[in-house]
Design a protein around this ligand. Structure first.
Ligand code: ADP
Ligand code: MG
Length: 708
């Protein structure tokens, strides 16, 4: 039977029902999937070290036989040691495995093994010993050429399938495939960037050979950095497909003619002017123009508005909504938290008080009859501007004629949620706003389907926020600074990482602290406590008091992180600052220095904070540029965590790493866009068919696109 990329894995010799089930769970269904399972490391197993010549602290590969079968010592509960001796013709070496008692059944006497590891002097016996080395059993009669005597690929184990089994199966699959002319990448792109063909790249990915023109060390290093041409090809391919999909999503939306007709008449302009409480910055004007261009155009808008905290995104969004409302359509504004919804609603009411617009807000708090009433007014078109959490998309909120959706603080929503939103109804124009400055590489992955506007200018009169790091010993001094500020009429945030005492973490409880601050330190001013477990009404009330200046010191957990805007608050104390990530600190700090009074951010740290933590805090002291901070943060934490893991909507790539491979990402984007445009506008049927295949592949991989 001939094997191709679509052949189910169970047709490969050695894959029965059990194994194919394990593969299935890992998303590997076909031979094509299996051969794209990448090694995560490569070892040079062309040279075995003689055991007699082992040196301490040097990574080596040794081949020998098990002399003494494993002796399993149970030291105490939770600690077991398996001891073996492995020998070759030159000598023998002890090998110890910790806490892997099942290995005692794996190593039989006279078993041939390959060990890979770093021998060290044992602190008891002073003998050179391997501890927890990587190992492989050599099975007589099997084709050993694939496991040793070559650059050997090492795979992450999939459940019970060890690296050795995987290597065997992948090798078998490649052999069975034979030379295949099929390639998932367009030929012209392959040749433009000198990428090897798919088949060649697969061989080089799994069973690379030392090239003649590079030193062994260099080649191995390149392999382990994932930068050989074959590896880069796969990174490119993955990014290319992804970018192609995002681009298609965007172009697809843009190809849909808009039913709505929106114009910027003089009366609309007048209204826009009348609601502005200040002169917009040049950046705000520029961005509004970009947005208005989209709104008045005949294609559906999908635009991202990026701007650092405090750059004034809200008013731009408001203007966009006013344009739409003035033209007779509805607007919706979504925010990630109830707190923000309430703030937005208050602000919108304030900005729009001279207009006849009918505003409503929809949050979890609004229930029963009131909710019903609002929903029916939204449906009838009576409500012109609706503010809500993303419950707006989850529930079936029906609009009369929704013209624009503004999504605030987008990084809390994912790509998928966004595409859900855009699928709604008659495709409203969409403006997505993000306050977390996202490094370009990441922005392209998460927002590649959007056009981007950037607010790169702060409103005038902002004084930079001064940032200092303080130890516990300076607490009194810190309090006297706060007291002085409050006396001058300013307000203060004190941020805690958690809300309740956790003995384990020795965190100061926000609750307790708030009480203590109120009763012992700041008896004469009002201290408020904000945390996630307050009832929405309580939060609302407290926030209102803070906005109105009735509460001077707001002790809070990170619920205030996103978007809260109280210009009179000028000082922020962040307790246990070492526990926060950089972007989070930046977001928190963005809450202050919003008015004419400047700002002071005091980062309180524990004596025991790690060096890493101090480095992080140092970055905070040195810069207030959100983009720089985001770059650093991304470097330190990696893309998943950077955006808050799962729900971040950052796609997980198998080959590519958007930090390491950002140049390839950029290249892939350019190629994907020009490829799509070229094929789409040309009349080469073969190319069109090719594009169709790529689209299908993309759908399968990401399953979140729907064009039209
Ligand atoms: P963000 O971009 O973080 O959402 P906001 O829209 O909340 O920022 O704006 C931050 C603060 O700056 C608000 O108090 C807002 O009223 C003020 N602001 C925005 N634009 C201007 C401007 N052009 N001139 C003066 N103040 C402005
Ligand atoms: Mg905001």
């Amino acid at each position: 039977m001939s094997v191709n990329f679509e052949t189910p894995v169970r047709h490969i010799k050695g894959v029965g029902p059990r194994r194919s089930e394990i593969f299935e769970k890992a998303g590997i269904r076909t031979v094509g999937d299996l051969v794209r399972y990448r090694p995560f490391r490569y070892e040079d197993r062309t040279n075995f070290q003689e055991i007699a010549r082992l040196r301490p602290e040097r990574e080596v590969v040794v081949r020998g036989t098990v002399r003494h079968p494993g002796r399993l010592l149970i030291r105490r509960k939770g600690l077991s040691i398996l001891e073996l001796v492995v020998a070759d013709s030159s000598g023998s070496v002890p090998v110890r495995f910790f806490n892997q008692p099942y290995l005692s059944k794996v190593f039989r006497k006279e078993q041939e093994v390959i060990l890979f590891g770093t021998p060290r002097y044992d602190s008891y016996s002073f003998a050179l010993t391997f501890q927890n080395p990587e190992f492989e059993l050599i099975v007589a009669g099997e084709d050993q050429v694939i496991h040793t005597g070559r650059i050997t690929p090492v795979y992450r184990r999939i459940d019970k399938l060890t690296t050795r089994i995987l290597r065997q199966l992948i090798h078998r699959s490649l052999e069975a495939l034979g030379v295949d002319e099929h390639d998932s990448l367009p030929r012209e792109i392959l040749s433009r960037w000198n990428f090897p063909s798919l088949f060649k790249a697969l061989r080089n990915l799994h069973f690379p050979e030392f090239p003649a023109d590079t030193s062994k060390e260099e080649f191995l290093k390149a392999l382990n950095e994932f930068s050989t041409p074959a590896q880069r090809r796969f990174v490119f391919e993955e990014f290319f497909l992804f970018q192609l999909g995002l681009y298609m999503a965007r172009r697809g939306r843009e190809l849909i003619p808009k039913r709505r007709k929106i114009v910027l008449s003089s009366s609309v302009r007048k209204r826009l002017k009348s609601i502005l409480p200040f002169h917009p910055t040049a950046a705000q004007k520029r961005v509004l123009k970009e947005i208005a261009g989209d709104l008045c155009g005949d294609r559906v808008m999908s635009r991202l508005l990026q701007g650092d905290v405090g750059s004034g995104k809200t008013i731009v969004a408001l203007q966009a909504m006013v344009i739409v409302i003035e033209n007779g359509f509805q607007a919706a504004l979504m925010a990630p938290t109830e707190l923000l919804v309430e703030q937005h609603f208050r602000n919108m009411q304030k900005y729009l008080r001279q207009t006849p617009y009918h505003l409503a807000s929809l949050s979890r708090r609004i229930k029963g009859e009131e909710r019903k009433r609002i929903l029916s007014q939204v449906k009838s078109g009576e409500v012109q501007l609706l503010v809500g959490t993303h419950a707006l998309i989850q529930e079936k909120v029906a609009f009369q004629d929704l013209g624009i959706v503004v999504v605030d603080e987008q990084h809390r929503f994912g790509v998928i949620q966004r595409s859900e939103l855009m699928k709604k109804g008659s495709l409203p124009d969409t403006l997505v706003m993000t306050a977390t400055p996202i490094p370009r590489s990441l922005a392209m992955t998460v927002y590649g389907d959007l056009r981007v506007s950037v607010l790169d200018e702060m409103p005038p009169g902002r004084k930079p926020v001064k940032t200092v790091v303080k130890m516990e010993t300076s607490r009194d001094e810190v309090y006297s600074v706060l007291r002085r500020q409050v006396k001058e009429g300013r307000q203060v945030y004190i941020v805690y990482p958690l809300i309740e005492e956790s003995a384990k973490l020795e965190l100061r409880s926000a609750v307790e602290m708030a009480e203590q601050l109120q009763t012992e330190v700041f008896e004469d001013v009002k201290v408020g406590l904000m945390h996630g477990r307050l009832q929405p009404a309580e939060k609302d009330e407290l926030m209102k008091q803070f906005v109105e200046g009735l509460v001077q010191i707001l002790v809070s957990t990170t619920v205030i992180e996103v978007g809260i805007d109280v210009p009179n608050a000028t000082v922020m104390v962040i307790e246990h600052a070492e526990r926060f990530g950089l972007s989070q600190l930046h977001q928190l700090r963005g809450r202050i220095g919003r008015g004419e009074h400047g700002g002071l951010c005091i980062l309180m740290v524990d004596k025991v904070a790690s060096r890493d933590a101090h480095e992080r805090l140092d970055i905070m002291k040195r810069t207030s540029d959100g983009f720089k901070i985001a770059e650093k943060d991304l470097e330190i934490r990696g893309p998943g965590e950077f955006l808050g893991t799962r729900q971040s909507g950052v796609p997980m790539f198998h080959f590519g790493d958007i930090v390491r491979d950002r140049e390839i990402l950029e290249l892939a984007r350019r190629e994907a866009e020009s490829f799509f445009d070229r094929v789409n506008s040309g009349d080469d049927e073969e190319q069109k068919a090719n594009l169709g295949c790529l689209i299908n592949e993309w759908r399968e991989q990401h399953g979140l696109i729907r064009v039209g």
